[in-house]
Design a protein around this ligand. Structure first.
Ligand SMILES: C[S@@+](CC[C@H](N)C(=O)[O-])C[C@H]1O[C@@H](n2cnc3c(N)ncnc32)[C@H](O)[C@@H]1O
Length: 314
């Protein structure tokens, strides 16, 4: 049964859609007329916080990155920390989360419109607005009813204002994170959206399973592979970035894909948890231990840094 905060009717959702339309079409709208600012000197960074995001890990990964490569492949894109760090001149990016892919397309193709919508959401941010925007996915298929611009603005708004800035959906694929404690959030980071858009213009972005994304990779290309981690304990089972989960058989299927890439001469770097299953699976690859900032223990005094594996075929 739906909880009262999740209840909906088609009529409500018409209201919600028109709320989005209202935000877009209000007389304050001048974003469509603005010239994008030059972002040549700005370093791009993720515009979304993502569970398992690698931004903090990059300084440790740096020395393991290949010095040169042709095309860049990233089949588990999430927040795209590695892509934005590398800013490759040619890239194929993918993720199985269609909402995420459409948000990337919205930011890439229409950054000024996404910024305009976010500014309006920021001006009206409240718990009530958060719940309304969150519940748009309760009664209808947002992916067929909203434009990429609206999908991007909704995702960034929720990501900026929800508790802990995580993206999490329930089994029905509905975003279910409660609002964060402070109402005073940045919400619209214009520079990040514009610089992300510039870098993304050099990439092809697809909603695909990882196996299908890398089929066009050739000798000399580089693939950074960051799947949902194999759980090291029953408490670390965060594998739901979409309605579907990532199971042990998916890890085995991924290993076969990496074997194929290796045979073709593609450089591969993989992140995963440091556990027997993963270590044994990749026993014929180079396995490096790196430290994540995450902690397995919620008690401060018992916190220790978690070791993760960084696996390479070169
Ligand atoms: C650990 S996150 C990637 C985090 C990313 N490297 C970052 O820095 O933010 C894993 C991603 O894999 C995606 N995913 C899960 N199963 C997938 C599949 N079978 N094929 C492609 N992507 C998948 C999830 O939607 C999620 O965004």
């Amino acid at each position: 049964m739906l909880k009262s905060s999740q209840s909906f009717s088609l009529e409500n959702n018409r209201t919600l859609l028109s709320l989005f339309n209202l935000l877009q079409g209000s007389p304050l709208t001048n974003y469509a007329l603005r010239e994008p600012r030059s972002v040549e000197n700005d370093k791009a960074k993720p515009f979304l916080q993502w569970v398992g995001g690698k931004r903090e890990m990059i300084p440790q990964y740096e020395k393991f990155l290949p010095k040169t490569f042709n095309k860049y492949f990233e089949p588990f894109l999430g927040g795209g920390a590695m892509f934005f760090h590398l800013e490759p001149t040619s890239a194929i990016l993918g993720d199985s989360n269609l909402e995420l892919i459409r948000a990337y397309e919205g930011v890439r193709d229409n950054p000024e419109q996404v910024i305009g919508l976010l500014k309006k959401l920021k001006a009206k941010h409240s718990k009530e607005l958060y719940m309304k925007i969150r519940s748009i996915d309760r009664g209808l298929d947002i992916l067929s009813k909203l434009t990429n611009i609206e999908v991007a603005a909704r995702m960034i708004y929720l990501n900026q204002t929800c508790f802990n800035g995580v993206y999490r959906v329930n089994k029905a694929g509905q975003f279910n994170v409660p609002i964060g404690s402070s109402l005073n959030r940045l919400i619209c980071d214009e520079d990040t959206i514009r610089s992300s858009s510039e870098v993304l213009k050099k990439a092809t972005i697809k909603c695909l399973d990882f196996e299908n994304l890398v089929t066009t990779a050739k000798k000399g290309d580089f693939a950074y592979i960051d799947p949902p981690y194999h759980p090291v304990s029953v408490y670390s089972d965060f594998t739901r970035y979409t309605k579907e989960k990532f199971y042990q058989e998916d890890q085995i299927r991924l290993k076969s894909t990496i074997d194929e890439l290796s045979k073709k001469g593609i450089k591969v770097m993989l992140s995963n948890s440091d556990c027997h299953f993963i270590s044994n699976l990749y026993s014929n690859y180079n396995r490096h231990k790196v430290y994540s900032g995450r902690s397995l223990n919620c008690k401060k005094d018992k916190r220790g840094k978690v070791i993760e594996l960084l696996i390479t075929n070169y």
